[in-house]
Design a protein around this ligand. Structure first.
Ligand code: ADP
Ligand code: MG
Length: 696
């Protein structure tokens, strides 16, 4: 037997079952079986009493005697029913499928231990298809029984838990010749990790709880270690292979702006990330950096300053936003900031007229336009730059990797790339998701921001909410009402939105109030007009769907009312809340829900009320939804860990990172003899399927 031996050659499987297993479980060779870990264990040393059974019981074990057994025949078939007793009561054992031989094997009136899942049916506890062991046989066997993931379909072909135990028992016998250690010995000793051999043996057949835990730790570390190794090697490769335009200068454009036009003092966090960006762009290596900063943390200013550095070095820049509204808004704020500097900025979106585009295209090609803001329209082939040195992408999660790659191709030497996102994701996740990016974090809001007061309210409070909004408007503030927009029920949502709009117009009648509506089905220029109308203060109220989710900046708006808030995801709620609290005034976020909300919904709402920290919110989000869901299916392969949990195992990930750093310092090429086995393993397991491969 070897690791690569096809499974049909393992004793007791046979070709037919092998096919089923290959197809359903993606297990093809011996090694795959070893890596097919139990999902949990039954503690056989803990025997339950019949008297303490509850409906909640999972698979458990009991000790007692089987007292009688009989076949019950009924219209559709027959089944075997036996009585199991201990000193506290009795339980039915049931077999729907059995043979004469099997029936004869069931030991009667002698001490046994049974394992299985207890069910409550017609007020009687029963256990279908229990495993039975004579008591004397259980004494020296393992106390933790591995439970493998299975399905009814597989069970039909005899691929059940007992089958897995048997096969793995067979394979595990051969472990000493099958397995090589894949971690350096000194590293294992330093971290008190058990060997790979012990780990695999104990993950399948733990000697006891301690060994099972140790095996878990070891296998988690291994995953984290090789992931980090791949990550580090790839970064190193990038540093030595990705040529970029060095920006050595900080010159007149930057300095003049910084001294004469900066409307506020930068926060320390803004200064720090700017330094990080600068030191990247100084080098003749392409920058690939992710700028994470909570809503309102001031990413736009950082972006502009980076663009000025590009300009000082004779390069053009572009800033790409996911929607027209956002592009327009970036264009507005950047034009405002650049007012009086003589630096030109233009906007390119899908709705630009052909004649205007022509002019724009020419200016870009000649190099007379230093800064371009736009939507993905700026990725089109006709858009050619003379010297594009920096591409900034706002709100990354809306753009795919392919689009980023298109930006790369806009210059012979690829431009530096800065990706900005306001969706804070836990660091460990960021590292995996954006594994080809360095990460900068703005972890501080500008001074003087007041925390947004967040409250959960229900239908019965509606009248108070309207009155509160009126008070705020009387103080000169503006108010958002946001309605859900979920694709499956789009028509219903528009109905809600329109009804909401009508109600609000009734509650806030003209001429004192002006209400605008904004939703995704409006044409770009209509949206823009509505946005402008609200931003200019002409309307006091905006009724909108989540099109205003990201980036919209109207500092005078102080109240955000979110209708049916239980229907929104956490990060969406957080983004929406970020639309207020952008000015000096106290702001409010009111989460309206129905009286009945799911447990998940309740957790989301309470998290929003409790904290405003985007990172904390994203951790809860990840707990609720799982990392795969957050990253989307496209990326979930990146985080396909078997054992490692990105959220729970942050410490292991950190230890693995440090170990990799130390390792590469000592042996950057992994050429020391003591590292050969590790290198072999890495190449075999990870290299070919390196999902962290550089985009191109
Ligand atoms: P985001 O990171 O969400 O894109 P913005 O760049 O839109 O945030 O900034 C939010 C608001 O904060 C803007 O009105 C901006 O002018 C302001 N701002 C940014 N940096 C500072 C600062 N250092 N001090 C004061 N206000 C700032
Ligand atoms: Mg922004």
């Amino acid at each position: 037997m070897e690791l690569v031996t096809p499974i049909e050659y393992i004793k007791g499987i046979g070709p037919e079952r092998a096919q089923i297993i290959k197809k359903n479980l993606d297990i093809h060779k011996v090694e795959d079986f070893l890596n097919f870990y139990p999902i949990r264990y039954i503690d056989k040393s803990r025997h339950y009493k019949v008297g303490e059974l509850t409906e909640m019981n999972n698979e458990i074990s009991l000790k007692g005697k089987i007292t009688d057994i009989q076949e019950v025949v009924y219209a559709k078939g027959r089944r075997l029913v036996a009585k199991f007793r201990d000193d506290t009561g009795s339980l039915e054992l049931v077999w729907f499928k059995y043979s004469k031989w099997m029936r004869e094997q069931i030991p009667l009136n002698t001490e046994v231990v049974i394992f299985g899942r207890v069910q409550l049916f017609n007020n009687i506890f029963s256990m279908p298809h229990p495993e039975i062991e004579k008591k004397e046989n259980t004494e020296n066997s393992h106390t933790l029984l591995p439970i493998y993931p299975g399905s009814e379909k597989l069970t039909k072909y005899g691929v059940n838990n007992r089958f897995f135990q048997r096969v793995l028992n067979e394979v595990v016998q051969h472990l000493p010749v099958l397995l090589d250690e894949n971690l350096p010995v000194d590293l294992m000793q330093g971290l008190k990790l058990i060997s790979r051999l012990e780990a695999i043996r104990n993950i399948h057949f733990p000697s006891n709880m301690q060994w099972q835990k140790a095996a878990d730790q070891r296998l988690k570390f291994e995953e984290a270690f090789f992931f980090q190794l791949g990550y580090a090697l790839k970064k190193k490769h990038h540093k030595t292979n990705s040529l970029g335009n060095p920006f050595p200068l900080v010159g007149a454009y930057f300095n003049r702006f910084y001294e004469n036009h900066l409307p506020f003092e930068l926060t320390n966090a803004q200064k720090r990330v700017l330094k990080e960006i600068r030191s990247d762009m100084k080098l003749p290596v392409q920058m690939n950096r992710l700028l994470q900063g909570d809503v309102g943390s001031g990413k736009t200013m950082v972006a502009l300053l980076a663009m000025l550095i590009a300009l000082d070095n004779g390069f053009q820049s572009c800033l790409m936003a996911p929607t027209e509204i956002l592009a327009q808004q970036h264009f507005n704020s950047i034009s405002d900031l650049l007012y009086g500097t003589g630096i030109e900025v233009k906007l390119l979106t899908g709705s630009k007229k052909a004649s205007e585009r022509k002019v724009l295209h020419r200016m870009l090609k000649e190099g007379s336009l230093p800064i371009l803001v736009g939507t993905h329209a700026l990725l089109e082939d006709q858009v050619e730059f003379k010297k594009l040195g920096l591409g900034i992408i706002d709100e990354q999660h809306r753009f795919g990797v392919a689009q980023r790659a298109k930006l790369w191709a806009k210059n012979t030497t690829p431009p530096h790339i800065l990706v900005m996102t306001a969706t804070p994701i836990p660091r460990t996740l960021a590292m995996s998701f954006y594994s080809d990016l360095e990460v900068s974090v703005i972890d501080e809001l500008p001074m003087g921001r007041k925390p947004i007061i967040t409250a959960h309210r229900r239908e019965k409070d509606r009248i108070f909410i309207y009155n509160f909004a009126k008070e705020e408007i009387a103080k000169g503030r503006q108010v958002y009402f946001v309605y859900p927009l979920i694709e499956e029920s789009e028509t219903l949502d528009y109905k809600n939105l329109n009804e909401g709009f009508d109600t609000i117009k009734e509650v806030f009648p003209f001429p004192d109030y002006d209400v605008v509506m904004l939703h995704g089905k409006m044409k770009p220029d209509e949206k823009e007009a509505a946005m402008q109308y609200f931003a200019s203060g002409k309307a006091q109220i905006m009724v909108a769907t989540t099109v205003i989710e990201v980036g919209v900046n109207v500092p005078n708006a102080s109240v955000m009312v979110i209708e049916s808030a239980e229907r929104f995801g956490l990060s969406q709620l957080h983004q929406l809340r970020g639309r207020v609290g952008r000015g000096a005034e106290q702001s409010y976020c009111i989460l309206m829900t129905s009286d009945k909300i799911t447990q998940g919904g309740r957790k989301r709402i309470s998290t929003m009320v409790e904290t405003q920290d985007g990172f904390k919110i994203s951790e809860v989000d990840m707990q609720l939804r799982g990392p795969g869901d957050i990253l989307g299916t496209q990326q979930s392969g990146v985080i396909d860990f078997k054992k490692l949990d990105l959220l729970q195992d942050a410490n292991i990930i950190k230890a693995a990172k440090q170990s990799v750093e130390k390792l590469l310092e000592i042996d950057p090429l992994l050429s020391l003899p003591g590292h050969q086995k590790m290198k072999d393993y890495y190449i075999r397991q990870y290299k070919g399927k390196n999902k962290w491969a550089k985009i191109s």
